[in-house]
Design a protein around this ligand. Structure first.
Ligand code: ADP
Ligand code: MG
Length: 400
């Protein structure tokens, strides 16, 4: 259902947004070392924007003249794309603005969307692995994007194909960018998330509460160790495993694919499946009986982070929220086993009675404790009752 990027318009201008602080500061080196040259070789005019502070990108795209840009490419982590998406949705002309093709090149410490996209499109690649937050794509002809730090050979066991072209700037270098910019544009679901303050966010990755949210925030202190940060955080949290009390309800997806029933009112994308938070959920919703959880995790893409494939069947524009929750009573050993299985996306086959997986279109979560951690796309948000609904293919993603 995708259209070729080149059919939309001849590429005339791409804005490349780089957060120099993302990851371990690799994004800028990746740009200077490779991306700039590859864009030039591929004859794709572009403008580099280096963000100077949080919300810089959001403010910029909120006010930019989007007719100048054929695509916005984010060379950073998921956090910068989150800013861009929400900046586009802030605009008066959001309906048109959110149609701007978005590209993601993994340069942060959290590259869950890039990991998901590569999972979806894996058939196009011989193999795809990650190393230290950078992505190596081995295409049919064994093209390799080396790391900015030249550390590509550090762990050769992770590269099944050694015939890379990291020396020289052969024609192969352009291919990755062509795949990025001349590839297919597919829909990207946006999930509208309503917080109790009335604030509304647009998310493309995940909503987490309980164990996963706590690990995500607590492990920020282990940033220097890169991808191991989540594992270490998991072990720390396991040692002090706790129960989170709350009410969970959802609208099951059913068997029918979502028809495009998105409507707009007052120049807003309307959440037609939601009723106000102070009213009971609609009749056709399922209210979960249990109120003691270890975690609640709503996934909108396959990958929670580069290591964990929490929702293996998810697709960028499937119009689904992949809801996972773990109820109290699970042992530490079983929970650890589930996370280990999640690395290969086999946790749903473990037959664990405490793990529930449902495909839904909307959900509501009301934590009963006063304080706690809730994250959207890996970033901490205001704590309290929250509800969400999916808007199928509301944004557009360059996804090969
Ligand atoms: P990472 O994956 O390493 O966390 P992200 O791209 O997700 O990288 O960015 C993390 C956060 O950094 C984002 O929430 C964004 O708002 C913020 N940010 C963007 N630009 C800057 C900057 N120049 N300095 C500090 N923080 C920034
Ligand atoms: Mg991030």
């Amino acid at each position: 259902d995708g259209v070729l990027f080149s059919e939309v318009r001849r590429p005339c201008g791409v804005m490349v947004l780089v957060n120099p602080q993302s990851g371990r500061g690799q994004a800028m080196a990746l740009y200077n070392g490779h991306v700039q040259r590859m864009l030039t070789e591929a004859d794709i005019p572009h403008t580099l924007v280096i963000t100077e502070r949080p919300n810089h990108a959001r403010d910029l795209v909120r006010n930019a003249d989007l007719t100048q840009w054929d695509a916005l490419v984010i060379l950073s982590g998921d956090g910068l794309l989150f800013e861009v998406v929400n900046g586009l949705m802030d605009r008066q002309d959001w309906e048109k603005a959110i149609q701007t093709p978005l590209g993601i090149l993994p340069g942060g410490s959290g590259n869950a969307l890039a990991a998901s996209v590569h999972h979806y499109t894996r058939s196009l690649f011989t193999s795809c692995t990650f190393y230290g937050g950078l992505c190596y794509l081995f295409m049919e002809h064994n093209y390799c994007l080396p790391s900015a730090a030249g550390s590509v050979d550090k762990d050769s066991s992770r590269k099944p194909h050694t015939h890379d072209r990291k020396s020289g700037s052969g024609a192969g270098d352009c291919d990755i960018i062509k795949v990025l910019l001349l590839g297919l544009i597919s829909g990207l679901d946006l999930i509208s998330i309503c917080l109790s303050s009335g604030a509304r966010l647009f998310s493309f990755l995940s909503l987490a509460w309980g164990f996963v949210a706590d690990v995500d925030i607590e492990s920020e202190q282990f940033r220097q160790i890169g991808e191991l940060r989540f594992l270490l955080g998991t072990l720390v949290r396991l040692a002090s495993l706790r129960i989170y009390q709350g009410k969970l309800a959802f609208l099951p997806a059913g068997d029918q694919p979502e028809t495009d029933s998105d409507s707009t009112t007052d120049n807003q994308l309307l959440d037609h499946l939601l009723v106000p938070l102070d009213q009971p959920v609609p009749q056709d919703w399922t209210v979960v009986e249990e109120q003691d959880f270890v975690l609640v995790l709503a996934m909108f893409q396959s990958h929670l982070n580069e290591e964990l494939m929490a929702a293996p069947d998810a697709r960028a524009d499937d119009g689904l929220i992949h809801l996972l929750y773990v109820t109290a009573g699970i042992s530490r050993a079983t929970l650890l086993r589930l996370f280990r299985a999640m690395q290969s996306g086999t946790h749903l086959d473990c037959g664990c009675p405490h793990l529930v997986y449902r495909r839904v279109r909307a959900l509501r979560l009301e934590p009963l404790s006063e304080a706690g951690v809730m994250t959207v796309d890996g970033e901490r948000v205001e704590y309290g009752p929250v509800q969400a609904q999916v808007h199928r293919g509301a944004a557009r993603l360059i996804s090969t």
